[in-house]
Design a protein around this ligand. Structure first.
Ligand SMILES: Cc1cc2nc3c(=O)[nH]c(=O)nc-3n(C[C@H](O)[C@H](O)[C@H](O)COP(=O)(O)O)c2cc1C
Length: 324
């Protein structure tokens, strides 16, 4: 598994339907689940670990800070076939802070190390960390270095650094993805100071050109919102970042391949819009992008709608978009 390009974990966005769709666009991108808390896995009623085989390479992101619970969940993840388990040390939401996990764990590197160690002890897949560059006033390079140093001492070799700090009070999670300044240099410096670690950077990346520029300094890039809102940006990932020249599906072919998937989903009792809501951005930047989005948004939630809604949305587009 090469982590040159990954799609960020995003609650409510990177569910199994989105990930199936993203995989049609890039064969190589490493995909992350939404954050799943240890509490949900251990006490919840649903199956929080389900996915489609096609999604590999696939990492499960866990939220939690109890080493035994995390170890239990990591073991389940390995048994279910996940390729990696990642610990969330970046989410600043109040709910997560109340559970004493997410970004606030940056203040407790020894606890993070215990969590990582507990997981490593029971699985052989990589156990990795996604973190910020700091929290609140603790935003010096030294603070980040100490954190990485302590966690890496467990043998953890893979870090993804969201290159802005988080304010734990006063900003919403959304504001915490926009307001604190992006300082990519911090991630570059970590790579220079810990050359043996695999370091990816995350935050504000919107093009393949930017990915390539970061990759001159780092092992990987992680893209979140752009990969969701403009998913076809991933169509060049395999060729440009992985040197894989095999042809990629056109936008229309991707849409067509979602039809049998949607048929299966509906046959299993699912609703069309649970899938189609993730594919609204497919034609972004093309003539017909708004028509595609509008057709699906207006029709896919109606009672009794079947997979033909995607074919109909496609048929409603101008020829130029369908050929692209
Ligand atoms: C809707 C949404 C949900 C998110 N959920 C998670 C999450 O579950 N776990 C996590 O580590 N980060 C989460 N994030 C943060 C992203 O993983 C990423 O760090 C952030 O969006 C910055 O990257 P970007 O600028 O490429 O979007 C979420 C972001 C968004 C937009």
């Amino acid at each position: 598994m090469k982590r040159t390009f990954s799609v960020a974990p995003m609650l409510d966005w990177t569910d199994r339907h989105y990930r199936y769709f993203a995989r049609l666009i890039s064969r190589h991108a490493l995909l992350y689940t939404e954050m799943v808390t240890t509490g949900a896995i251990i006490h919840g009623k649903g199956d929080y670990l389900g996915y489609n085989e096609e999604e590999h390479p696939l990492a499960l992101q866990l939220g939690g800070s109890n080493p035994a619970d995390l170890a239990h969940c990591a073991k389940l993840a390995e048994q279910r076939g996940y390729d990696e388990v990642n610990l969330n040390v970046g989410c600043p939401s109040d709910r997560v802070q109340n559970g004493r996990f997410g970004a606030c764990l940056m203040a407790e590197p020894a606890l993070v190390a215990d969590c990582i160690k507990a997981m490593q002890d029971v699985v052989s897949i990589p156990v990795t960390v996604k973190t910020r560059i700091g929290i609140d006033e603790q935003d010096s390079y030294g603070f980040l270095t100490d954190f990485v140093d302590t966690v890496a001492a467990t043998g953890c070799e893979v870090f993804t650094i969201h290159a802005r700090k988080a304010w734990l009070q006063g900003l919403s999670p959304k504001e915490n993805r926009e307001i604190p300044e992006l300082i990519y240099e911090r991630a570059y410096q970590i790579k220079r100071d810990f050359p043996q670690l695999n370091i990816s950077v995350n935050g504000g990346i919107t093009s393949l050109e930017q990915c390539e520029a970061h990759l001159a300094h780092l092992d990987g890039v992680m893209v979140g919102r752009e990969a969701y809102q403009n998913p076809y940006m991933m169509a060049e990932v395999d060729r440009r970042l992985y040197g894989d020249d095999r042809p990629v599906l056109s936008r229309a072919e991707v849409a067509q391949q979602m039809i049998p998937y949607l048929e299966r989903h509906i046959a299993n009792g699912g609703r069309a819009n649970h899938v189609t809501r993730h594919i609204l951005g497919l034609f972004n930047g093309m003539p017909g992008a708004r028509q595609w989005r509008r057709y699906l948004a207006q029709n896919a939630h109606l009672p009794g709608v079947g997979a033909e809604v995607v074919a109909d949305a496609l048929a409603s587009l101008p020829d130029a978009a369908r050929a692209a």
